[in-house]
Design a protein around this ligand. Structure first.
Ligand SMILES: [Zn+2]
Length: 259
């Protein structure tokens, strides 16, 4: 019996290992005015985890997130979920601009585009860290119901690139976190690029707006539209992020509208 109990405890410890939550404190929050409907993923874009933790907890910085996930999978809970953390900045989704009020923000320790590896590649997200993000996301869904998972680049495509085209969105989707389009083509032939004008562009802009992006129906491949195409590619077509609307990117948008 004793052996069985010990084995069970060991098993539980291993399971819990994915979700080591440390209660920390950030003073940077206020009250929500909207129910929680979104979960926003960020990278910290700083050199070290400590630097990021210090910034998110400093009164002066006026920024915060609800959670910070270290590379080793350790999670710091900085702002209570029912409070409004300050992570989104100027942003928009489905016409809502007060994203901080309706979202939970997770910062993931990663240098991102600010500090590339020596080989010029983006720094990868370790598996331990990803497993912690997935376990945390599931815990948040258990507590708050189904949420829409977005990157900072989805809600602020002209300003933000995080969590970046190196973030494993497809793996996340395979674990039930976020949606993934079904696309059968790899055709990269160009349909529209910057400054093109066409009725077809209006239709794509309508589709992007329907998905939630802050797209305006102008019929022109303006910079705002290019930035949104970049955000779509950063998430769903990571091997070619160029802001050009090609056949494959169009198919991705079509599929997302059908999910
Ligand atoms: Zn961010």
């Amino acid at each position: 019996m004793l052996l069985l109990r010990e084995a069970l405890i060991k098993f539980m410890e291993e399971k819990m290992d994915d979700l080591r939550i440390i209660q920390s404190h950030s003073p940077n929050f206020d009250n929500r005015t909207l129910p929680i409907s979104l979960l926003i993923l960020h990278y910290t874009g700083m050199k070290t985890a400590k630097e990021a933790l210090d910034k998110l907890c400093s009164v002066k910085s006026k920024v915060s997130s609800h959670y910070l996930v270290f590379e080793n999978g350790e999670i710091h809970h900085l702002v209570p979920d029912h409070k409004r953390a300050w992570h989104a900045g100027v942003s928009s989704w489905r016409g809502e601009k007060n994203i901080n009020s309706c979202s939970i923000g997770i910062e993931i320790v990663n240098c991102g585009h600010n500090y590339l590896n020596l080989d010029g590649e983006l720094p990868r997200y370790p598996k331990k860290q990803m497993n912690a993000v997935i376990a945390l996301s599931k815990k948040i869904i258990d507590q708050h119901g189904q949420l829409e998972f977005l990157g900072h680049s989805d809600i602020a495509p002209s300003r933000k690139k995080d969590p970046g085209e190196h973030f494993p969105w497809q793996y996340m989707a395979s674990q039930g976190i976020g949606k993934w389009p079904i696309v059968k083509t790899n055709d990269r032939r160009v349909l529209f690029e910057l400054n093109d004008r066409d009725r077809g562009i209006s239709i794509v802009q309508q589709g992007l707006a329907k998905l939630g992006y802050s797209a305006y129906i102008t019929g022109v491949m303006d910079q705002n539209t290019v930035d949104i195409i970049l955000a779509v590619q950063r998430r769903y077509r990571q091997d070619q992020v160029d802001g050009i609307l090609d056949i494959m990117t169009m198919e991705i948008i079509k599929s997302l509208l059908e999910i």
